[in-house]
Structures are given as C-alpha cells and as structure tokens.
Design a protein around this ligand. Structure first.
Ligand code: NDP
Length: 601
C-alpha cells in the first residue's frame, strides 16, 4: 500500500493566523482582569469538603515547620522523619493533606503526567497506581497514605493559614503566627505553597448579580450537583441548565461528566485548549510486579526526564504526550546534516514539528466532533506550549452530546453576568448554575499568593530580597533567610511537565541538610551571598524557555501577553543545562557532603 503523502503545511499562513488570534485576545489589563476572592466573593474560596473544627491556639516549639500539606510538604516531611526528626509540623489551609488534590475534586480530575512518575514515594509506600493516569480520589488517598506512613498527622495543623514568619536573631528560631491565633517557634521552616492554589474569577461585569448557584471548580459543590469524586454521575443536574466558563485543563476534564449529567450545558470558550489523545488504561499488576524492583521509581523519573528534554536516545518507558513532543523534534534534528546542527536550525526544526503536531490536533477536532462549525471553533491556533497541552479522550466527544453547546466568544470572553445567566456575543443564556473553570493566580507576587511575607535577618522581607526577581541557590535557599527552605521548581530543574520530580529532589536535599546541621550541632545553616550570586549569574545564561513565548496567545504561561521586566526571567528560569543535568548535579552536590555554598554556624 502506498504511503499517504504528508499534508502540505502553509507555514506563513499559520503564522499569520496565530498572530491574528493572539491579537484578538490581548488586553491591556493583563493579570488585573481577574478578581481576587475577597469581600463579597470570599465565599468562593470556602472549603466545601471538611468541617471546620475549633481548637485552642498552639504556642510551642518544633524542630521543623513546613507550610503547605501538598506534595511538597509530604515529600519533605517524609525525608525529615527518615532523618530522625520527631517533631515536623505541617501547616495547611485545607482540612487535610493533598494540596491541589485536596481542593480539586471536580468530576474527572486526573493527573496528566503518568502516575508512575507523577505520584511521589510510590516505592516507599508500596502503592501500585491503578491506571496510567490515576484519578483524583486515588491521588488524594495516596497523600493520606504518605502522611500516615511517615507520621505527619501528629503535629499537623489544618484549616490554618500562616500570616507571618519572622527570624528571631537572638533565639535563632523562626516565630510563626497563623490565622488560628497560633504563635509558635521552629528551628527550621520549609515553604511549599504550590504554584496554582489561589483560585481566581474572571472580572466579568455583573458577576455578583447572578441569583442562581455558582462555584469555582476547585471548590466543587457535590451537595448541589449530586455524586462524589469517585462516582461523579451528578444526578441532581438532570433538570439543570449549567454554564461552564473557561476551557483550560480543568474544564477539559470536567466537561465530559457535565455533558452526561446536565439537562443543558453551555461551555463558554475564550480560547480553545489543544486536546490530544490520552489513551489511559489500567496498570497490569503482573507487569508492575516485574518492573517494580528496588530503585524503580528513581529509574522511571530519570527515564522520563531524559526523554522529555535533550537529545537522549534512551528507550522511552513512559510514552506520553510530553515525551512524544521531544521524540518528534529529536528525530528531525537527527536528520539534519552534521554541518547544520546549529541552534537556529534546531529551533526551525522544532517549529516545523510544532506546526505538524498542531495540525494533527486540529484534524482530531474535525474527526471527532460531528458538527463542523463546532469542530472549527474547537481548534487551537497557537504553538503547543503556548498553553498547557491537554490530553483527553472524552472532551471533544462531549460536544456530540445533544445536551451540550459550545458558546465560542471569538477570543473576547463572556460579556456580562446577569441575575439569570450569562451573556456572550450579545445573547443571554439563562442558567441555574455557573461553574467557573477560570483557573488560579499565577502572575501575582509570590508573597501575595503565599499569604505571608517571611522576614529574615534584620527584618528583611522576602518581597524586598526578591524585588528584582527571585534569588536563591538551587531554588531552595535564600541569603538572609537562615534555616529556611523553598520547595518548588524555579531556579532548579524547572521541570514543568512533572512538577513532583522537582519536589522530591528538593525534599531529599533538605532532609540531608537538616540532618547535617543537627549532627554538627549547628544552630544556623544559610547560603552565602556569593554562592547565591554565582547561581543567579549561571541561571541568567540559560536559553529562553520554550513554554509561553512572547508571541504566544495570552495566558498564564506568558504573563497574559504583557511584557515582562528584565528581572522577571529569574522568576521562571531553570538550570541552563536542563532538568536531567540539574538532578544529577544536585545529587552529586548532596553526596559530596560539604554542601558547598552553605554555611553551618
Ligand atoms: P486555566 O487558567 O488554564 O484556564 C482558565 C480558563 O478560563 C481559560 O480557558 C480562560 O480563557 C478562561 N477565561 C478566563 N477569563 C474568561 C472570560 N472572561 N470569559 C471566558 N473565559 C474566560 O485554569 P485551569 O483550572 O483549567 O488550569 C490551571 C492549571 O492547572 C493548568 O494549566 C494545569 O497546569 C493545572 N491542571 C492540571 C491538571 C492535571 O495535571 N491533571 C488538570 C487541571 C489543571 P483564556 O485561555 O482565553 O485565558
């Protein structure tokens, strides 16, 4: 059989279309278009999952206090307990452990990086994920499993928000104050508050006027919809007209369930997501038994990271959408004549590969969605890494359900909310319920999202230290903030496709440093100003990141299309040689045992 010739791609026409679509969506107010959940909107942030329990304020001392009970707190807490610390206190604004998996219980919530590498500490806990991409309830249970196994419940404070942390120079401890009146001290503090944890609402006129029911996807109201995260059939919606506002990664996962449940579902779209094949399947216990030999999860993490970036030719065990992006680019680069392997040529090859992939994804919309007009509107006109790439096998299909209608706003967004419903393109859609799939704050200051502004030596606030951009060693230590650790990806591996890998490595590192400090009897451990400066200089040599370039359609990956200041690079940068090289570097740095750049006093 003859090969089907590859369709010819008119690159110039595509570039022009991408630019036009971007232009439609640019708005001068950038991040300010979104509303903070304050005042009359504060109730959108209330916890619908766990009852608030009164307790007496805490006023004691612990060796380690960690802010955030998500993956960062769990993996760091586990390593600290392994290092022999009895009193690790995790402070968490939710009612239990889980972080993003505590809050995001919307129907269909599922990890979109393979469970084998996404779910932390699988080997230590002996848990076999049930699916290639596990669903939310299993991931949340896993968080509880980690916390239970490592004894992290004992000192934990839930439904508690840190309001202030100050370094006490005389006592060499941190003083921590919370929303529950707690005031206690800790020798060390860790911060893992997460990148996407403060829900935001779109600044649509009239949002407070709506008389029906409404909620944000991260506070799913199962009391209203019926069902639960494990069985999200939502029988109460059978006679309801529902609007979903937003079509990002969250909407892609919950819309298929809503389409089945609602009498009428309107999906209000400003920018379509790119939605590629998911191909989820159960994990075979026999296969798992064979591969899960000692050290397996580290090997898998390394294999994914190697395949996801760089020019490695290692066998790809994970085989997902992320490694596919790299495989395609790599194959094309390897076909370049040896004399043409320049950065420019490689970037051109990467662009070609992107055009091809996006054309495939657009064709997928045409193939899956029966109504050609709807299919056309579901096509994403931008490069794949301009927005979070999505993978799903029921989202596009949902638009074939008679209940479901796409309301495309041609890049303009919803016009207004009224007492009765939602107005778009001049037409009012009356609904019983509005579900805001409008995402989380990203472009705002770290301290605003964290809810506190830690004060280090001489009372210097973190916002001052970072006023010209983030400054750390390894993304973990900041000069002037002794005994304090950050657990997050930036200025380290910056591996966005599998954030937990960044966190587990940071957790390991912190466990080792704290054990070292305690064994030396050191009261303080702090990065020197020189080591921090050298690290910053190294980071500034990194190439521009591939996600969310300035030519991209606006979104949280590119500061909503607004220009960034020169120092802003530091807020997004990773190790110049890439994630795999960083993890290897960090392991060696740790294993050497002299912790170069840190001072123990
Ligand atoms: P996003 O910020 O990605 O999406 C918000 C949506 O709201 C966008 O479609 C946006 O449109 C839309 N919107 C904003 N304002 C308006 C308006 N005025 N009118 C109409 N629409 C509007 O939030 P998500 O919660 O979907 O996802 C956030 C992130 O969380 C993801 O990018 C991903 O990193 C993570 N996530 C991960 C998952 C996983 O791993 N399994 C699953 C879900 C989320 P526009 O695009 O035009 O701005």
């Amino acid at each position: 059989m003859a090969d089907t010739p590859a369709p010819v791609i008119d690159k110039e026409a595509l570039k022009q279309r991408y630019a036009e679509e971007r232009e439609k969506r640019l708005r001068a107010d950038g991040n300010d278009q979104y509303l903070q959940l304050r005042g009359q909107l504060a109730h959108y942030a209330d916890d619908p999952y766990t009852a608030f329990v009164q307790r007496a304020p805490v006023a004691d001392h612990v060796t380690f206090a960690f802010i955030g009970g998500g993956f960062a707190g769990l993996v760091t807490g586990a390593r600290l307990k392994e290092a022999g610390l009895d009193d690790v206190r995790i402070i968490e604004k939710g009612g239990d452990f889980g972080g993003t998996w505590y809050w995001n219980r919307y129907p269909g919530a599922q990890c979109d990086t393979a469970s084998m590498i996404y779910m932390p500490l699988l080997e230590e806990t002996g848990h076999m994920p049930s699916e290639k991409y596990a669903h939310g309830p299993e991931i949340r249970e896993h968080c509880v499993r980690i916390a239970t196994q490592f004894g992290l419940y004992e000192h934990a404070l839930f439904h508690t928000e840190v309001e202030d942390i100050r370094w006490d120079e005389a006592a060499k401890v941190w003083t921590i104050e919370t929303s529950r009146g707690d005031c206690f001290t800790a020798q060390f503090v860790g911060m893992g508050t997460g990148p996407l944890h403060v829900p935001k609402l779109p600044g649509i006129p009239g949002i407070e006027d709506f008389r029906g029911h409404s909620f944000h996807t991260s506070r799913w109201d199962y009391a209203y919809t019926g069902g639960d995260p494990a069985d999200p059939r939502m029988e109460n919606l059978a006679d309801k007209r529902v609007a979903v506002i937003g079509t990002g990664a969250t909407a892609v996962q919950c819309v298929p369930h809503l389409a089945k449940a609602c009498e009428r579902l309107y999906v209000f779209q400003r920018t379509p997501s790119s939605v590629d094949v998911r191909d989820n399947r159960p994990i075979d216990p026999d296969w798992f038994g064979e591969i899960a030999t000692p050290g397996w999860q580290d090997r898998w993490l390394e294999n994914f990271t190697a395949n996801q970036g760089g020019l490695t030719m290692a066998e790809d065990w994970v085989r997902d959408g992320w490694t596919e992006i790299s495989r395609r680019v790599r194959t094309k680069i390897m076909q370049l004549p040896p004399g043409e392997m320049t950065i420019e040529k490689m970037m051109a090859v990467y662009e070609d590969s992107d055009f091809e992939k996006m054309e495939e994804i657009r064709r997928r919309a045409e193939t899956v969605v029966q109504d050609p007009e709807t299919a056309e509107k579901l096509k994403a006109w931008y490069r794949q890494l301009c927005k979070r790439p999505c993978f799903h096998d029921a989202y596009l299909q949902a638009f074939n359900e008679p209940s479901t209608q796409l309301i495309d706003t041609d890049g303009k967004g919803v016009e207004r909310i009224t007492e009765k419903g939602v107005v778009a393109q001049g037409r009012e859609y009356e609904v019983d319920c509005i579900i805001y799939a409008s995402g989380f704050e990203v472009g705002t200051e770290w301290t605003r999202r964290a809810g506190f502004d830690i004060a280090g030596r001489d009372g210097q606030r973190l916002s001052e230290h970072w006023s010209k951009g983030m400054r750390t060693l390894h993304g973990i230590h900041a000069h002037g903030f002794p005994n304090a650790f950050f657990v997050q990806p930036t200025q380290g591996a910056n591996l966005i496709s599998n954030v937990p890998h960044n966190l587990t490595e940071a957790g390991r590192t912190i466990g080792r440093i704290v054990a070292e400090a305690l064994s030396r009897g050191a009261e303080e451990v702090e990065v020197t100003a020189e080591a921090e400066q050298k690290w910053i200089e190294l980071l500034l040599t990194a190439p521009e990141r591939l996600i969310g370039g300035p030519d991209c359609t606006p979104g949280y990956y590119n500061n909503e299309g607004q220009p960034r200041g020169p120092e802003d690079k530091l807020n997004f940068v990773g190790y110049p040689a890439g994630a795999l090289a960083y993890f290897r570097y960090l392991r060696e740095w740790r294993d050497k045992g002299d912790f170069a750049g840190l001072e123990f006093r």
